[in-house]
Structures are given as C-alpha cells and as structure tokens.
Design a protein around this ligand. Structure first.
Ligand code: 5GP
Length: 235
C-alpha cells in the first residue's frame, strides 16, 4: 500500500491517503511535544518504537474484543489503519494519581485509586484539552449516549487487559489516553498506544518509562522507550 497524499500532520504523526478511501497510512515521527506544544524536541527512534508497540497492543486488544483502526504495520514508521472520524474526546483512564489529576486535586503522585477513574477531555489544544463531563459531551453533541456508553466500556476493557499485560512485563500502568473514531457507524479505538500516551512505571524501582522523562527533562528518554519495547517484545 502506497502513500498518495499527506492529509494531516499532528504533533507525533502524519496521515496519508491511499488508493483505498477507507484506509490511511499513519506515519510515526520522532518529534516530541509537551504542554500543548510549548515544549518541543525529538526522541531518536521514538517513531519506530511507538509504531511497533502500538501494533503489538492493538493486536492484543483486538483479540480481547476491542475493535481498533489497526490493519497492519507496513514498515518501521508506517502503519495502515482504517480511516475514522475522530471523536474529539481525549479519554483518560487512571489507576494511580499522577500528572493532571495530581495537579487538579492537589494530590501526591503515586496514590493508588480504589477503582479506575475515567476522564473526558475535550480535544482542543488551544483550550489545553479541558476536562469536561458526560453532560457536556451529550449536550454539545460531541458523542451520542450510545457512543459514549461504548467508549466507556471499551476504555475500561482496555485498562483491564493492558494492566494485566504490562504487569506481566514488570510494568505498572499508571494512566493513559485513548482516542476513538467512527468507522462505518461503529466506534473503534484509534490513534496510538505507546509511552507517549501512557504513564508506565517499573514495578520494582518505580522508574518512569514514558514521556514524563521528556516532559520533565529527566534524560534517557530513548533508553526508556527502548526498555518498554524490549520487555513487550520479550527481546
Ligand atoms: P494527564 O492528564 O495526567 O496530563 O495525562 C494522563 C495520561 O494521558 C498520561 O498518560 C498522558 O501521557 C496521556 N495524555 C493526556 N493528554 C495527552 C496528549 O495530549 N498527548 C499525549 N501524547 N498523551 C496525553
């Protein structure tokens, strides 16, 4: 499958049309941004690592009954995916307090939550992806009741499966962000799942193995991403 024309460029990925109107190619870049792109940089090989990790995770989730946009990985940086209309909600799932939740509620990072917390953030960088609730989603027609029900159900299922999976690799799944899209009337999981979109801590040392190393200038960002890849691929 060949790239025909670039149709979108985001912070970490580009999208290209193909000769099939239902399919697009998602190219993973090494560019890294944080704090609504006020901090910019590159992480060597990040695109290659995130492409492979997302492939592995999408395959696992499909087997567990969560439909995704993933079709196949084409090469190091390119993945063939279904062309969706993105629902403008960044769905955050949290198991442990960190990042935005620690700040919002004045809590220490690391508090284990009694149950997963689902948060909807309206996907709009200019507004810093503000936290909204289900009333906003429904009243503004961002998604229908039925779509939101499906998004919640899949998000909790993704959490359940990925918590188990990462745990078996010695990694704690602290929190993550998902994006969903509409494809032929159905809600499916889209975007990527990688250390860019998840907080991952080593189970024994609690060392951060994710984008917080970039956000917080902790160094060894590529090494941390490589470590996640090594563990996930059992290499
Ligand atoms: P927080 O709301 O604490 O900043 O983020 C919660 C989780 O969602 C973290 O794992 C974070 O990486 C992910 N996340 C939230 N918003 C974004 C975003 O705009 N881009 C990326 N890459 N990840 C995000």
């Amino acid at each position: 499958m060949e790239k025909i024309k670039q149709i979108y460029e985001g912070k970490a990925k580009k999208l290209f049309s193909t000769d099939n109107p239902d399919l697009v190619i998602q190219e993973f870049k090494d560019d890294a941004t944080a704090f609504d792109a006020t901090k910019r940089g590159t992480v060597l090989n990040k695109g290659i690592i995130n492409n492979k990790l997302s492939e592995k995770i999408f395959e696992l989730l499909a087997k567990k009954g969560v439909p995704t946009h993933f079709v196949k990985r084409l090469n190091d940086r390119d993945m063939l995916v279904k062309k969706v209309e993105i629902v403008p909600i960044e769905m955050t799932v949290r198991n442990i307090v960190a990042g935005g939740m620690a700040k919002l509620l004045g809590l220490e990072e690391g508090i284990v939550l009694k149950e997963p917390v689902l948060e909807y953030h309206y996907k709009e960088d200019k507004l810093h992806d503000p936290l909204i609730n289900e009333y906003h989603v429904k009243a503004l027609g961002i998604a229908t009741d039925k779509e939101l029900e499906t998004i919640d159900k899949y998000s909790l299922k993704v959490n359940e499966e990925l918590k188990k999976f990462f745990d078996s690799k010695g990694i704690i799944l602290v929190d993550f962000k998902l994006e969903f899209g509409r494809f032929k009337g159905q809600i499916i999981l889209a975007d990527e799942i990688s250390p860019d979109t998840c907080r991952l801590w080593d189970k024994t040392t609690k060392e951060k193995l994710d984008k917080d190393r970039f956000r917080r200038d902790m160094g060894n960002v590529e090494e941390a991403y490589q470590e996640v890849l090594r563990r996930i691929m059992d290499i």
